[in-house]
Ligand binder design. Structure first.
Ligand code: FPP
Ligand code: MG
Length: 327
């Protein structure tokens, strides 16, 4: 996220914060064993936009007075959340049989599923070890709740693979659990650690969850429409693994006859080009995109008033970027 940071008087604070977070992350994963060290350095390359740590920092800065610094706990929570995110990506790439992540090879592709399972476990274990160093059990409790929810989201998704009756409400519940809760926690905890009033902390949680939901819709659109070189990770995985995403669900619910059959056949045959043609023709891709944009607008409208100069503008811009991105 650092190079793509919007111009703001807060940019130096955020960049400094992200550097601290990266150092905490790297130090936590240092190992005496070269084999483990090498894997951890590989995972550090997955750090891309650093959206979640940025949200912890900006949400924190939003509720501190001009000139005041963030707490050390902000950095620990930001690094913990990024490490949880990395663990989920390493495990997700096994489930998706993905070979490319952040323009490099996935751990499962390079080293096989056994190593990737263990590395994901090592990352999640380290994340909670790191969080404990903040000395505030309520943080572990909250983030433990989040990882429980996240796993439930993945388990429900797995149980509904190849299920053409998956409806919109269930899709949104899966997305809330597997993606949105962690982004929500980043905003919530950033604000809470800065001493924001309870109502504002709750509003920041809702802001983050909406951003996370829009992020996942955009992610699903990139999986369907993007090319691997631009997106930087394996695409077409949803169709390959029988995961119905929003444009497909909207199409199935809104079309009849040949248009509907064309999409169902394409899903069955895992024919990406035919599926894209059918979904474009029915306007379902545009409808899914519009839904993501409208969730971002809702998120922006619900933002609490913040005190720090430039913080609100930054949150608004970060929200817009979630749906404008091509990778
Ligand atoms: C991205 O899905 C995946 C997630 C947001 C969550 C994955 C979570 C797990 C696999 C559970 C593991 C949990 C722990 C605690 C280690 P995607 O495939 O749509 O995204 P992608 O395009 O980035 O691959
Ligand atoms: Mg995946």
């Amino acid at each position: 996220m650092s190079s793509a940071l919007p111009t703001t008087p807060l940019a130096p604070n955020i960049l400094a914060g992200l550097e601290r977070v990266a150092s905490i992350f790297d130090a936590q994963l240092a190992s005496d064993f070269p084999a483990v060290e090498e894997l951890c350095r590989h995972v550090e390359r997955y750090r891309g936009k650093m959206l979640r740590p940025t949200l912890v920092i900006v949400s924190g800065l939003s509720f501190t007075r001009d000139g005041a610094e963030l707490r050390a706990e902000h950095d620990i929570v930001a690094a913990t959340i990024e490490m949880i995110h990395m663990a989920t990506l390493v495990h997700d790439d096994i489930l998706d049989d993905a070979t490319v992540r952040r323009r490099g090879e996935t751990v499962n592709f390079l080293r096989g599923n056994e190593t990737a399972v263990m590395l994901g476990d090592y990352l999640i274990s380290n994340a909670f070890h790191l969080c404990s160093r903040a000395g505030d059990p309520s943080l572990n409790l909250r983030l433990g709740e989040v990882t429980n929810t996240l796993c439930e989201g993945e388990l429900v998704q797995l149980s509904r693979r190849h299920d053409l009756t998956l409806d919109e409400a269930t899709y949104f519940e899966i997305v809330r659990r597997k993606t949105a809760v962690l982004v929500g926690a980043a905003c919530e905890l950033g604000a809470r650690l800065a001493g924001a009033p309870d109502a504002d902390v709750r509003a920041m949680l809702r802001f983050g969850e909406r951003l996370g939901t829009a992020f996942q819709i955009q992610d699903d659109l990139l999986d369907l429409l993007g090319d691997e070189a631009t997106v930087g990770k394996s695409i077409g995985r949803d169709l390959e693994k029988g995961k119905l995403t929003l444009p497909m669900i909207l199409h199935i619910a809104s079309t009849r006859g040949n248009a509907r059959i064309a999409a169902l056949d394409a899903i069955d045959a895992k024919d990406g080009a035919a599926l894209r043609r059918a979904l474009e023709a029915s306007g379902s891709i545009e409808a899914a995109r519009a839904r993501a944009v409208s969730i971002v607008e809702e998120a922006k409208r619900g933002l609490p008033r913040t005190t720090r100069t430039g913080a609100q503008e930054l949150l608004l811009e970060l929200a817009d970027r979630v749906v404008a991105r091509d990778h």
